[in-house]
Design a protein around this ligand. Sequence first.
Ligand code: GLA
Length: 386
Amino acid sequence: MSASIDAAQVAKAFEAAYGTAPDGVWSAPGRVNLIGEHTDYNEGYVLPFAIDRAAAVAIRLRGDTTARLVSSYGNQGVVTVDLDTLSRDTMSGWTAYPLGVVWVMRQLGITIGGFDLYLQSTVPSGAGLSSSAAIECAVATAFNELASAGLGLNELVLVGQRAENEVVGAPTGILDQSASLLSTDGHAVFLDCRTQESKLVPLDLAAAGLLILVVDTKVSHSHATGGYSARRASCELGAEVLGVRALRDVAAAELPEAAGLLDEETFRRVRHIVTENQRVLDTVAVLDDAGPAAIGALLTASHASMRDDFEISCAELDLAVDKALAHGALGARMTGGGFGGSAIALIPAAAEEQVRAAVVHAFAEAGFGVPDIFAVSPAPGARRIH
Ligand code: GLA
C-alpha cells in the first residue's frame, strides 16, 4: 500500500463512481502517540504526531437528502441512506465513521443535506494508528467547509470524538482526533486533555540522525469491546476512591498514600496514569533541553508501565520492543490503545536495517505473523488537498 494520498487520483475515483467531479477532496492523517497513553480520558497529557498515512474523502453536495457512500475498501459497493432517517442504530460498518460525523454535526444544528462521498485511506486499520479518527477528521473538516459551519479545530476534535463514542460505541478520549487535526509538519502536539490547550513541539528527527520505526504487529484490536473500557472503568474507580475529579489530579508524591486506599490492581492502573502524565511532561522538557536523542529512556519506561501496571501490551508488542532495544533503539514502546496494534522504536537512522532484520527474525522464530515495519516522521494535519 502506497503511503501518500494522491489527491487527483481520489478525485478521479470519485468521478468513476458517480460520473461527475467532486466539490473537493479533504484528507486527515493517522497518528503515532510518542508518549502519554490512556492519559487522555483521565484529563491528562499526551504527545502525539500525525504520520504520512491518511484518509481522504472526495465529496459533492447533491441538493436533496440522500447520502451515497463508496470506499476503496469495504466491498459494499454504494451504500445509500436517507439523511432524514439517519439514527445511531442504523449506522454500521465503515459508513458509521463518516455518517457518525454527519449525524453529530446535524445534532449541533449544522445544516448538511445530501451528498456523494468517496473514501480512500492509507492508514492500516486495527493497527493502533487511528484509522478511524483519520476518517472522522477528514469528513468533519470537509463538512465544516462545505456547510460553512465555522467550527474551530478543538470543536472539530469533539465532533470526531462524539462520533466515536456515541455512534461507533468506543469510549475513547480526544488523543486521536487532536493529533489528526492539530498536527503540523515537523512537530509533535503537546496537549492538555483537560483544557484542550495545545502547544507544537519541534521534533526534527532527521537533523538528529534519528528515525522512528513503526512495527505493526498485525494483532488487531477493537476499542468498542473489552479491555479498553475495562481500563477506563478502573481509572474512574481509582479517581472516585481517591476523591479527585480525574486521575490527572493525583501527583506522583501521593502514590504511596493511594496504595493504602486502593485494591492492588486498581492501584497499578492508577500508578500507570500518574507516572505516564509525569513522563509526558518530562519528555517535553527533555526535547526542549537536549533534543530527541535524549527521550529514549522515557519511552521505554512508558512501555514497562503499560506492560506491567496497565497490562495492555501483548507478547508481540513486548517482543518488538525488546528486540528493537537489543539492536540499537534508544527507546521503544507500544503506541495507541494497546491489546495489539503497533510499537514504535526511536533509532539512529544507521541502525534501521539491523533493527528491522532483528524484529522480523524474532517474530518468525516465535511463530508470530509477519509484522509490517515502516519509518514515520511528523506530518501535517487535516486539510483540503484538492
Ligand atoms: C485509543 C483511543 C485514545 C486513547 C488511546 C490510548 O487510541 O482512541 O483516545 O485513549 O487509545 O492512549
